[in-house]
Design a protein around this ligand. Structure first.
Ligand SMILES: [Fe+2]
Length: 264
């Protein structure tokens, strides 16, 4: 059994299969679906950490996450994203962003495997296609953004929650800063590559212009028509193309545990 069910407007897709039994040609289809739909998810996958990591390695090279410690000494590249009902403040990743954009080479894919989730529909992850966002930019903006770079920081607007987690069980690290072109060719297709959650400024742009452009761009990137909202249930695995899809956690109350792997 291997079936791909695309979401509306071909943003996101569900794949029905048993990840413990997939073959080589399925991996090809999974990679192709990631390019085409940006985000794919698999329901009912009760994977052990061993099987989860084994599958991740078929998609690429698992990355070290610079801000959090691993699950245990055996699976250092699986990190735990956890929220308890008693936790106050925003959840981890509660603003549209690209994972680890503050590094020189942000990971291609991010994977989340749900171990414990609140009621279905209560803690969705939202995605926004940056291929569509680029396509829908006015021509003048496509031209203006073409050679512009933005600066990102690990201490950017989204970092409040990361800092809290790092205090609890993370690695203490210095601020990481990167510069990236805002328009990028990803899988041979132009995309906006800009993470509002980590943005700290444009390169070579005066303050007045920066404020105006930032306001327009951030609003444009996350228009509802580019979005897919993923509902979670236990033992669900989601994978997304971290460079062409922005993502964010929606605010929720309750207990949630996700096992996360990022991939180069
Ligand atoms: Fe994230």
């Amino acid at each position: 059994m291997f079936e791909i069910i695309p979401g509306k407007k071909e943003i996101g897709a569900q794949i029905i299969c048993d990840l413990k039994k997939i073959k080589k040609n399925h991996i090809k289809k999974i990679k192709y679906s990631l390019q085409k739909y940006g985000m794919i998810y698999f329901r009912n996958q009760s994977l052990s950490s061993r099987n989860y990591f084994k599958f991740a390695k078929k998609l690429g090279v698992p990355a070290d996450y610079p801000r959090l410690k691993g699950l245990n000494s055996k699976f250092t590249k699986i990190t735990v994203v956890e929220r308890k009902s008693k936790d106050k403040g925003p959840s981890f990743g509660e603003q549209f962003h690209t994972d680890s954009i503050y590094t020189k080479k942000p990971p291609r894919f991010t994977m989340l495997l749900s171990k414990l989730v609140p009621r279905k529909g209560q803690a969705n992850t939202e995605f926004s296609s940056q291929y569509l966002a680029y396509e829908n930019l006015p021509y003048s903006l496509k031209k203006k953004l073409k050679n512009l770079k933005a600066i990102y920081s690990s201490e950017g607007p989204i970092s409040i929650t990361t800092k809290e987690r790092a205090k609890e069980k993370g690695k203490q690290k210095n601020e990481l800063i990167s510069r990236h072109k805002i328009i990028k060719k990803i899988n041979r297709k132009l995309s906006i590559f800009c993470s509002p959650g980590h943005f700290i400024g444009f390169n070579n742009l005066n303050k007045k212009e920066e404020i105006k452009l930032k306001k327009f761009l951030f609003k444009h990137q996350i228009k509802k028509k580019f979005q897919y909202s993923l509902e979670w249930e236990k033992n669900q695995l989601a994978i997304w193309d971290n460079r062409s899809m922005l993502h964010q956690a929606t605010p929720f109350k309750g207990d949630r545990i996700m096992h996360r792997i990022t991939i180069y």
